[in-house]
Every structure is written in C-alpha cells, then in structure tokens.
Design a protein around this ligand. Structure first.
Ligand code: GLU
Ligand code: ZN
Length: 302
C-alpha cells in the first residue's frame, strides 16, 4: 500500500439524470474508494453546453444523495475550470506539440475517425481552427494494465491520429479536461464505464506530454438495454425512480456480481451500503482465465 491517499471520482456529464448504468459506475467507484478509506469526489463534466439539459446537474447530485452516495469536499464543475484548460494548452503549445487544424467535417469523417495529420505543417491561423495534439512518434504505443479488463494497448498514430484538444467552436475537449482535472484533483484511481477504455491511451499520452501522474484505471462492463445497446440518454434509458433507492442499489450490486443476499433489498440505503462496503470485491467482476467481463443486460425495469 502506498502512503498516498486513495482518491477516486465519479464524473457525470449533465446531459440527463442518472440511469441504471451510471448508478453502477457511481456505486462501484464509491465502494472501491471508500473501502480503501479514500476520498470520493464528484466532478460535473459540464463542458459542452449544447448537449446539456438544464437542471440535470442538480438532479444527478440529488439522485446520488438519495442513494447514500455522499461525496467528499465540494463538487468540481468543469465550467469553472476553463482557465486551467487554457494553461495546459499553452504548455503544450510551448512544447511545440499542438497545431491548428481547419479540416471540415466531411474530410474528417472520410478519414474514418483516424486523423492523418494533414494540417500539421500548414501553420494555419487561429480563426475557425481546432487545436490538435501531435502524436510524436509514428510508433507510439501506449499500454497499461486495467484492473478489470487486463492488459490494453493502442498504437496512437495508426488507431487514433493527432486528436482534438480544443474544438473549432473553442470548447475544450473531454480528453483534455479529464486529464487536467484528474491531475488537479490528485485522482489515484479512475473507475468508469468500459466505453471509455479506448480513450485511456489518449489520456495517458496527454499525461505524459504534460508531465502529470498517471492514475490506475479500472473499466467496468456496461449495462445494456434489451437491444444490446449501452444504456444512455441517446438510447432513452429511464431515469432512476425516486422512492425505490434500496431496490436500485440492490439491483446494481447484483449486476456488479457482488452476490447481495436476497433480504438485503428490504433494508435501508445505509444498511445496504454498509453491507456493500464490507463485501465489495472488484475481482468478482471478472477477468478470469484471461477473459474480460462482458457487458450484460440491465435488470428488468431499467
Ligand atoms: N463525463 C463522462 C461521461 O459521463 C465520464 C468521464 C470519465 O469518467 O472519465 O461519460
Ligand atoms: Zn486538418
């Protein structure tokens, strides 16, 4: 065990209220952090106003509170952090690691999502440009061991390409903000949904470029709807119902393969969390015999 405090976080985007999938992520990172006597932080990723729903931040916080998932210190809002993102971009610019890109949407989608570095040496101006990070070495391969998914690696130049840190509309990208804030909040472990597994090498590369610490990563399987899609706002996942918090928590624990006893679902939220804290075992989620845990369908009713 390191002497450093264990610090975890839940980082929702306020695009809508919590659904069953986001509850499983919040609960897992809460239990993992609190079991190690750590601090559990909440960060509101309100960086993309056009995608946000008014009132969603407060609703999410209320839902966490109703489920007994109380966080430490005050909530960090990314909308208050723009100056820090600007400074990080400036450091990268001083290192000669970013450039302006004016490729239009059609060109980029024709590339199939892997940017070809077209604008790298064009010395384009700021107006109407996005900012991209240079993947320095053609062979840069980032690999890490995920605590749930096991070994993962990506060759950034061939699988991603130079990626956007600031969009043409001047909004900062998720990749930049998440890295700057995980460092700012001294996050030691990131536990989140497996849909972000393939973003992790980009985040590690950015950490390395900025001289930041690298947290440990643990990516949770995703809860799917009846059609096999990730529960999400786009797929019309239902908001968690008020008044059945114990039921929601029990179902989330069960989905997370923690084998909660049947009677536990009739207990209070605090009793369920107390049981969960003393029994939480991330290894029950899987990665046995080299097989990654699979995404599985959410329980009936979610
Ligand atoms: N805000 C992101 C989301 O809601 C999660 C970011 C993260 O955990 O790194 O999907
Ligand atoms: Zn370009």
């Amino acid at each position: 065990m390191s002497a450093l405090t264990n610090i975890g976080r839940f980082a929702p985007s306020p695009t809508g209220p919590l659904h069953f999938g986001s509850l499983t992520s919040a609960l897992a990172s809460y239990l993992q952090t609190r079991q190690g006597q750590g601090q559990w932080l909440v960060r509101m990723e309100d960086l993309d106003p056009p995608r946000e729903v008014s009132g969603a931040s407060d609703e999410i916080l209320q839902q966490l509170d109703n489920h007994g998932l109380h966080w430490d210190s005050s909530v960090l809002y990314q909308s208050n952090r723009l100056e820090s993102y600007r400074e990080a971009l400036e450091s990268l610019s001083d290192l000669g690691l970013i450039y302006h890109c004016q490729c239009n949407r059609q060109r980029i989608s024709a590339l199939g999502g892997i940017y070809d570095g077209h604008c790298r040496n064009l010395q384009l101006g700021k107006a109407g440009s996005a900012m991209r990070l240079i993947i320095r070495d053609r062979d840069t391969t980032i690999s890490f061991v995920d605590q749930i998914m096991g070994h993962y690696q990506q060759q950034l130049s061939s699988e991603v390409g130079d990626f956007v840190l600031q969009r043409r509309d001047k909004l900062f990208s998720y990749q930049l903000a998440v890295v700057v804030d995980d460092q700012f909040q001294s996050i030691s472990q990131v536990m989140r949904g497996a849909d972000l597994l393939d973003s992790t090498p980009r985040q590690i590369y950015l950490q390395q470029s900025l001289g930041y610490q690298q947290p440990e990563y643990a990516h949770l399987p995703l809860a799917l709807n009846g059609e096999g899609q990730k529960l999400s706002k786009q797929n019309h996942a239902a908001s968690l119902q008020v008044g059945i918090e114990s039921h929601n928590l029990w179902q989330a624990l069960n989905w997370l393969r923690q084998e909660p006893p049947h009677e536990l679902q009739y207990q209070s939220v605090d009793e369920i969390l107390a049981w969960a804290l003393s029994h939480w075992d991330v290894h029950k989620l899987g990665h046995q015999l080299g097989v990654r845990p699979e995404n599985t369908t959410a329980p009936e009713g979610y």
